[in-house]
Design a protein around this ligand. Structure first.
Ligand SMILES: [Zn+2]
Length: 483
């Protein structure tokens, strides 16, 4: 039996009409992840996990150059450790999952399933660090964390368990720590823009929005297709808040004992969800070539009488390309070419090669771009170069398209009355006096919030006024609803 089309395969929801429904439909139909019987916990299937592994290796390579070493710390954190830094525990306790029973006996002390690992790691840091020679100490771990969300779970974007890397460092001086905050944010920007093709707004979080226990938080913010904001990777300067709570001290060069300065920073699997959401279209996912598990899929087109010739030609092509690209030959006999086109489009493979009997005769193939649908005939002799150029071009155009969407969905806000309208589908850009009371008013009255104080728009002091109270603005800020 030949399977030609499947009702199941087509995406029914239009992205432009209902983004939320479109997203869930595409993620499920593309077969990259699934819900599990634990509410809010997801199954990441091999195709998506391969993208995560790619990101891991990109980040590991860059962290290594900064002197960061990978290690592993326990999943379970004793309650007394979690309580040591006051703001930290206050910020996290509403979403901590606890282990209270071991076998059949009640535990003497509750154990938290790690929501983040500052506390368990810094207990060790206080034993490891003695002198200035031990600094800087730079440790990273690749783990899962659990945060008991109560909102509706959404695959990759909002799950109770997710994967991430968390870097934790200790420095002799504040300057050294702050320099690293910038280096890490630059690495995150590079991965986002150059690999995931995601435009990145870099900026500082307000006091209200910063990480619980940090002196300040810098982050990368992304715009979703529906104009809402979602936070990407972030980096926290912890000052000496934790080193004082955990007694992490060192003897400096002058023999005086001092507390270390600390940072923590993280990049999570949510980033995959943002990438899927931003680039996908009504046919399914579009994976940027530089992180795509399959960059090129070869689909042979044949009838019974020319099957052998076409398949042989396809195999030869596959052998030729596999050295240079991650390529897949779809030679399944029970599916029609049309079915295969749909399936690989749904999975977002950036480039498809169609090869039929006439192509074999002419020593050529047809290339089809996933992003634009453009088709072109290419001589086999030039195929390698052509693929390389086309993948490059897809990578660039995905980023450009996302940047254009971002720019088109920013609107300057002068009057408070306009805010509610703007944040319904866009980000508002306006002045803020810096007073938390004005920030709180926005949050309470508009269901939007100040998502970031962007670096690039605050190089010079702004000349406008606070959109809430009308006093002179201290910062330019983006105000948006968050996803
Ligand atoms: Zn104000």
């Amino acid at each position: 039996m030949v399977i030609s089309m499947s009702e199941e395969l087509g995406v029914k929801t239009k992205k432009s009409e209902n983004f939320n429904e479109w997203y869930i439909e595409v993620i499920k139909k593309s077969g990259i992840a699934d819900y599990s019987s634990v509410s809010g916990c997801m199954v990441i299937k091999p195709y998506a996990y391969a993208i995560w592994e790619k990101i891991q290796s990109l980040l590991n390579e860059r962290f290594r150059k900064l002197g960061v070493k990978n290690a592993y710390f326990p999943l379970l954190i004793p309650e007394r450790l979690l309580k040591k830094e006051e703001e930290h525990v206050e910020g996290f306790s509403p979403e901590v999952a606890w282990v209270t029973i071991g076998g059949s006996s009640e535990l003497e002390e509750k154990l938290a399933v790690r929501p983040t690992s500052e506390t368990i790691m810094y207990e060790s840091f206080s034993k490891w660090i003695r002198s200035w020679r031990d600094l800087p100490l730079k440790i990273n771990q690749w783990v899962n964390v659990v945060r008991w969300e109560f909102k509706n779970p959404v695959l990759f974007l909002r799950t109770r368990e997710f994967l991430w890397q968390e870097g934790h460092t200790a420095h002799a001086t504040k300057e050294d720590a702050e320099k690293e905050i910038e280096e890490i944010l630059e690495i995150y920007r590079e991965i986002n823009e150059e690999y995931l093709a995601l435009p990145s707004v870099r900026g500082k979080k307000t006091e209200i929005e910063k990480f619980a226990g940090a002196e300040y938080t810098v982050s990368i913010e992304h715009m979703m297709p529906n104009g809402k904001a979602i936070q990407g990777p972030d980096s926290h300067h912890l000052g000496q808040n934790f080193s004082k709570a955990f007694d992490i001290k060192f003897f400096d060069r002058d023999e005086k004992e001092r507390y270390v300065w600390q940072n923590s920073w993280g990049f999570a699997t949510r980033q995959l969800g943002i990438m899927f959401a931003v680039h996908g279209d009504d046919k399914g996912l579009i994976i940027p070539p530089r992180v795509a598990p399959i960059q090129v899929v070869i689909v042979p087109i044949y009838q019974e009488e020319n099957k052998e010739v076409v398949l042989n030609g396809s195999r030869k092509l596959y052998e030729k390309l596999k050295e240079k690209f991650s390529v897949h030959l779809d030679d399944r006999d029970e599916y029609t070419p049309g079915f295969k086109f749909n399936e690989w489009e749904l999975k977002g493979v950036p480039l498809r090669i169609e090869i039929g009997p006439r192509d074999i005769e002419r020593d050529q193939v047809v290339l089809v771009r996933r992003d634009s649908g453009d088709k072109s005939s290419v001589p086999i002799s030039k195929i390698s170069n052509e693929i390389e150029n086309t993948l490059d071009s897809i990578q660039k155009s995905l980023l450009e398209r996302a940047k254009k969407h971002f720019e088109e969905h920013i609107e300057k806000v002068e009057k408070y009355e306009d805010l509610e309208r703007i944040v319904n589908g866009k980000w508002a850009l306006g002045g803020w006096c810096g007073d938390p009371a004005c920030e709180k008013k926005i949050k309470d009255e508009t269901s939007a919030k100040i998502i970031t104080i962007p670096f690039d728009l605050n190089e010079n002091p702004p000349d406008g006024h606070c959109v809430v109270c009308g006093k002179p603005a201290k910062y330019n800020v983006y105000i948006a609803k968050s996803y």
